[in-house]
Design a protein around this ligand. Sequence first.
Ligand code: NAD
Length: 480
Amino acid sequence: MTQRVTVAFGDGIGPEIMTAALSVLDAAGADLRYDVTDIGERVYNAGHTSGIAPESWDSLRRNGVFLKAPITTAQGGGFKSLNVTIRKTVGLYANVRPCTAYAPFVRTRHPGMDVVIVRENEEDLYAGIEHRQTTEVYQCLKIVSRPGCERIVRYAFEYARANGRRKVSCFTKDNIMKLTDGLFHQVFNEIGAEYPDIEKDHWIIDIGAARLADTPEMFDVIVTPNLYGDIISDVAAQIAGSVGMGGSANIGGTIAMFEAVHGSAPDLAGKGVANPSGLLLSAVMMLNHLGRGEVAERIHNAWLATLEDGIHTPDVYDPAISRERVGTDGFAQAVIARLGRRPERLTPVSYAGAAPLRLEPAEAARRPAASKTTVGVDLFVEFRDGSPDTLAARLQSVEDNRLKLKMVTNRGVKVWPDGAPETLLTDHWRCRFMNGGGPVTVQEIAALQLRAAEAGIAFIKTEHLCDFDGQPGYSLGQGQ
Ligand code: NAD
């Protein structure tokens, strides 16, 4: 059956590489119909601040599959990132990036590299919730949800299983962020236990990233929260060989978007020399997603054979390795000429029975609500008129017989009681009031806020301290 897909030609080199990629798809018999939609510069200039026109959403929702060329991001205030808008609007929660070396045909320091990074795409510091709270201090909220972790971790294991991968590694920083990254790691352990056939390990992101850059052969599939995934997937694409050759999939519950890892390369636009491989490999992922494994395999193997024959675009051309230097269209024609061929030295791909990359939307298996007890409050205060002891004395003046000042921290470092003289003091203080571990009511917290306001204590936010099923749902603070 002919499948319709939404296609955007984008900016810069976008139109050239998209034309080349579609010519290969058509020649391979992909049997797709393209609903072309406009995104990027022209749409920004027409007054749509996120680079996409309202009618494009209809096309995306109708087809469920989007092959997207890179765009040039509009500069300046008032514009929103198109990629972030698309991801968030249609819930593309999994960003999948295979990073493969093609030695000896493309120069790389890591000939054995074959890693797939599965990056959580919606949460973490990318929730976009930022505030300036005081003259000196700004915050960005790191939001991590259990359903979000469960979805991405399960996706990574399902991906590994469907693609014959043997191991899934989880990268977090849960030695520091015990609640947020701790949850991601815990969910990885829980869900991983359902996949006894797949090896698993966990790495603290810093050493994990170092090992990935140094010895990528150690890794197979990596699942990681948004920010870490953003960074390590670029590092991985770079050390694999060329940014021009990386493809990616952004998977949601009902919609999936496929695009090259690279941008619109304005320096190459209109020259006909850009490498269309990143977009072509994204299209291969799309075909697999559509259940067209046979066509995906034909294209991918013809592409490998083209690389192996030394037919290279300038970004990977090397006189010592390459045989012929070709432009964007010449490369596409070379792939078309090799349809039906398999590589002889590079490992051929096999997509027989490739399953869609999408997980069926999980049943709304909501956990029962935890038993929750409020035990105190962190009052965040702007204060610049004295020492921690001065502030503490003012705070103690608004205590009642239940909510007592327990500690004051500045940038997370305890400064009262028993602060250290070396600590840098800003104008932003977290002041913890607790009822000796016993429960407090929201009315008592509101009354504390009112007394603080009347005493001229400039609080800028409060966070309630709650125990969940008897476990503290808040960090204890340094020095406790
Ligand atoms: P870029 O990826 O466009 O280019 C980086 C370098 O890689 C350049 O030297 C470029 O010539 C080269 N390069 C990129 N793709 C290539 C290809 N297919 N073949 C050969 N060489 C290639 O990154 P940039 O210059 O930082 O960004 C340019 C624009 O693209 C910016 O506006 C940026 O915001 C945007 N961008 C868009 C996306 C997207 O739409 N998904 C992603 C990244 C960047």
